[in-house]
Design a protein around this ligand. Structure first.
Ligand SMILES: *Cc1c(COP(=O)(O)O)cnc(C)c1O
Length: 355
């Protein structure tokens, strides 16, 4: 149990109005959680303070060697005014898996949850209530030792910031066009692809820019060894429905284990749909498209929840899915998951946690 000191802002910001579109990740609330770490001392001085810039030495290790991790989850306001988190235990478990992989000290799970709940409670008035909106929660840890040498840092900051966000697709579930990357690689087995760390994102930017220039919104990554097996799409996990079966790549060491991915698999199984987690080659997708059995494709992630894919481009092959529209399973998954998150559907899995 942390003894969290709370220092409220003397200068609260004006809350975004009801009609503010809340462009993703651009507005931050009045407060943030912060806690220090030092070798020998452990995690100490947990506090909620006014949202403010950090004061770091230019030699802080995070700037040079990228020892950084992050998480992403959301808080929702229910119709009867309760605040719900969606499966925070899964994010916290994953955060510590990331920490272990990149030599950051772990945070006890109950302390992590307490920190999230405390800061969300302080800024509860910032949780938007309009359809499709939520409060995005971004916990992260950075290495702060002032040292230009490669080794794990002896000092860290654990910070949680909050951002009210609008519907990811304001016009509704909008199918996206995906560029299948055959030049660059995001991650390889044995690397850090299954850890949630900024380094994976910087590795992806060049390709993302290329795809954008070609008119595509996201990149689909193939495995780094054979350049043949499907891994992820942008910052999402990927699903295919082929001839009635729901397929997603197995967690192979280079794929980020998404909480939404896990929830989608659980729901599909519950609905009696055959599901398979296995290697899926790009040739298999191309063949399914050609013989008319590629029924639906969608990405899964906290930000968009379900992101239907309308078109895939691999080399010179353009594969149109669902005539570019949204498929029935994608829609049902979106409605069910958001229904549970908003407390409108019965939560038989105990996925939601009240703040
Ligand atoms: C966060 C993330 C996901 C999605 O995970 P969720 O827990 O569902 O939000 C997928 N891929 C990558 C690379 C990610 O960073």
């Amino acid at each position: 149990m942390l003894n969290i000191r709370i220092e409220k802002t003397k200068d609260p910001k004006v809350l975004p109005g009801k009609d503010n579109p809340l462009k993703f990740g651009t507005i931050f609330t009045d407060h943030m959680f912060i806690m220090n770490y030092e070798t020998g001392k452990g995690w100490y001085d947990p506090r909620v303070i006014p949202y403010q810039p950090l004061n770091l030495e230019p030699s802080a290790m995070v700037f040079h060697y990228g020892q950084e991790m992050f998480e992403g989850l959301k808080a929702y306001k229910t119709d009867d005014g309760r605040t719900l988190l969606f499966r925070p235990d899964k994010n916290i478990e994953r955060a510590n898996r990331t920490n272990r992989r990149i030599c950051i000290p772990e945070i006890p799970e109950e302390d992590f949850l307490q920190a999230i709940k405390t800061v969300v409670k302080v800024d509860e008035a910032w949780i938007p209530t309009k359809e499709g909106t939520s409060l995005y929660i971004r916990p992260f840890i950075i290495a702060t030792d002032p040292y230009l040498g490669v080794r794990p840092s002896d000092r860290y900051l654990f910070i949680i910031i909050l951002s009210p966000v609008g519907a990811y697709y304001p016009e509704g579930l909008n199918p996206v066009k995906i560029w299948i990357e055959d030049e660059y690689v995001r991650a390889v087995k044995g690397g850090i692809g299954e850890a949630k760390t900024g380094a994976n994102y910087v590795a992806s930017m060049k390709s993302q820019v290329k795809a954008h220039d070609e008119g595509y919104s996201q990149v689909l990554w193939l495995d780094g060894v054979h350049r043949k097996y499907i891994e992820e799409v942008g910052a999402m996990n990927i699903f295919f429905k082929i001839n009635g079966t729901v397929l997603t790549p197995e967690l192979n060491g280079s794929i980020l284990p998404g909480v939404t991915r896990d929830s989608v698999l659980a729901l599909c199984r519950e609905w009696g749909l055959p599901t398979e987690e296995r290697k899926i080659s790009i040739d298999e997708i191309k063949a399914a498209h050609e013989n008319g059995t590629l029924e639906e494709v969608w990405g899964t992630g906290t930000a968009a929840v379900i992101s239907p894919v309308g078109q895939l481009r691999w080399e010179n092959h353009i594969m149109q899915v669902q005539d570019g529209g949204i498929g029935p399973i994608s829609q049902k998954l979106y409605d069910t998951i958001t229904g549970i998150q908003l407390g409108r559907l019965e939560d038989i899995h105990n996925w939601t946690v009240e703040v």
